[in-house]
Write a protein that binds this ligand. Structure first.
Ligand code: SAH
Length: 459
């Protein structure tokens, strides 16, 4: 149904009541049923807005003045919140964010998945929802007096210098500041994407939350760093706790951060960190969860839903570096993990070895090709876990699950819309959605993760 175009014009001011919040964190106000999306307003608020765009079925507006505030409204803690755009919900209390995410999950499961009576539990949030990220990667630019680094101002390529990011581990902020100073003192020039000249493109810092290990990665356009040895020595002295200094070369005109070539300049190739009692080796290019504390909450729930007794065969589809597989392996007879990125599987095998876990087997490939092959070879899973990317599971994989008939499917999802779509497909062919547990992995942003338990119903 297309909403009728209301009697308003572009640039016009109007007073609206905000009814809802989109999954991007924008407020939804309606004029005669026609929705207008407005950033910075919350459900329950009244505001004067200016209409900025009118499409066929919906439009956009800009907040001019708040007339009535929501009880959930708070002053954003971060001074650069509006310019940055990395967080979208800092103008809402944390409790308000959790309730909004729960509502979002419930409604999308109803709307897309036609799952009306599924229990959706309150979102598991963080006791302290700040300073949680273990990885910072910032673009580098130049101003008079030296290098700056932080973030691109929203919808531009202008680099804003950042001293602190309140969702970033404090250690990472401090290390970034020191690196900017040291690199400036060494006269390193920033890469300029317009002229394709200069040296330093990005700096990445990773910290082990439990171990305190620090890795520094300098990403440059040139394969040499001027004065490299002295620079490295200075960094080592300036940053206590640094375990690894890595150089990555990206010669291309691209906004992809990393290039192909990676060299270790000093220290180890890996830093280590823990999720629960499992130790992970993290290289410059490894995927690793950015909020390990909440990752544990998420995967503990997946493990609880799997209800393992030690006798089960489990498949972990989209296994990445094997985080979930290794969690499950402690309680299962055998775990099979499959993942499309070969380097991630190398990491998964290394992590299994590192933890003395031997009842896991990892394969590189598409989940939708490898799992049917395993099935043909006689692998029969009691529990199947999926943790797909945003686009959800491939349909072939869902069909294989339906044929294979594992007793339980545990679905870990970072996108409630594709989750709802996939649950519906499984519901139509022998599965029932038992419970849904949303977890807040990225406080102050619009993202929400869910773990879902589905059980096979014999007909
Ligand atoms: N559970 C993992 C993360 C999963 S993220 C961990 O904690 O490490 C989703 C993963 O699916 C990514 O690693 C991505 O590379 C992988 N992937 C994407 N498409 C795939 C496919 N068709 N088959 C298998 N893996 C895929």
């Amino acid at each position: 149904m297309v909403n009728k175009h209301p009697d308003i014009r572009k640039n016009e001011y109007c007073n609206v009541y905000v009814e809802d919040l989109t999954h991007e964190g924008k407020g939804v106000a309606k004029i005669d049923g026609y929705p207008l999306f407005v950033a910075g307003v919350l459900p329950g608020e009244k505001a004067t807005i200016q209409v900025t765009k009118l499409n066929k079925g919906y439009g956009f507006g800009r907040l001019i003045e708040l007339l009535e505030k929501s009880e959930s409204r708070v002053a954003p803690a971060c001074p650069i919140y509006e310019e940055c755009g990395g967080c979208q919900l800092q103008h809402m209390s944390y409790q308000g964010q959790l309730l909004a995410k729960e509502k979002q999950v419930r409604e999308i499961l109803q709307r897309i998945g036609k799952l009306d009576d599924v229990p959706v539990h309150p979102v598991l949030g963080m006791d302290n929802p700040w300073r949680y990220r273990n990885k910072a990667q910032v673009p580098i630019g130049e101003r008079e007096g030296g290098l700056v680094g932080g973030f691109y101002k929203q919808r531009t390529h202008e680099i804003i210098d950042m001293e602190a990011c309140l969702i970033q581990m404090e250690e990472n902020d401090a290390v970034l500041q020191k690196l900017k100073t040291v690199c400036s003192e060494f006269g390193l020039r920033a890469y300029d994407e317009n002229t394709h000249k200069g040296t330093l493109r990005h700096i990445m810092v990773r910290s082990g939350k439990v171990t305190g290990h620090i890795m520094v990665v300098l990403i440059t356009k040139t394969s040499d760093i001027p004065n490299r040895k002295k620079l490295v020595k200075t960094i080592v002295n300036a940053i206590p706790g640094v375990k690894s200094i890595v150089h990555n070369v990206n010669t291309k005109r691209t906004n992809v951060i990393f290039g192909e070539q990676t060299n270790i300049l000093w220290g180890d190739e890996f830093i280590y960190d823990y999720i629960g009692n499992i130790r992970f080796a993290i290289s410059a290019r490894s995927f690793y969860q950015v909020n390990p504390e909440q990752t544990k909450v998420l995967y503990d729930k997946a493990l609880e839903y799997a209800q393992l007794t030690g006798q089960e065969t489990v498949i972990d589809a989209y296994c990445g570096i094997g985080t979930i597989s290794l969690f499950l392996a402690q309680k299962a007879k055998k775990v099979y993990g499959v993942e499309i990125v070969p380097e991630a599987i190398e990491d998964a095998r290394r992590n299994a070895e590192l933890n003395g876990i031997h009842n896991v087997e990892f394969a590189v490939g598409e989940a939708e090709s490898v799992i049917p092959k395993w099935y043909k070879e006689g692998v029969k899973a009691d529990v199947l876990v999926v943790d797909p990317p945003r686009k959800g599971c491939d349909e072939t994989l869902l069909k294989t699950i339906i044929d294979m008939k594992p007793k339980k499917v545990v679905y870990v999802s970072c996108n409630p819309a594709t989750l709802a779509r996939d649950l519906r497909i499984l519901e139509d062919d022998g599965y029932k959605t038992m419970e849904v547990q949303p977890v807040d992995m990225f406080p102050h942003t619009v993202h929400v993760e869910c773990v879902v338990l589905m059980s096979r119903v014999e007909k």
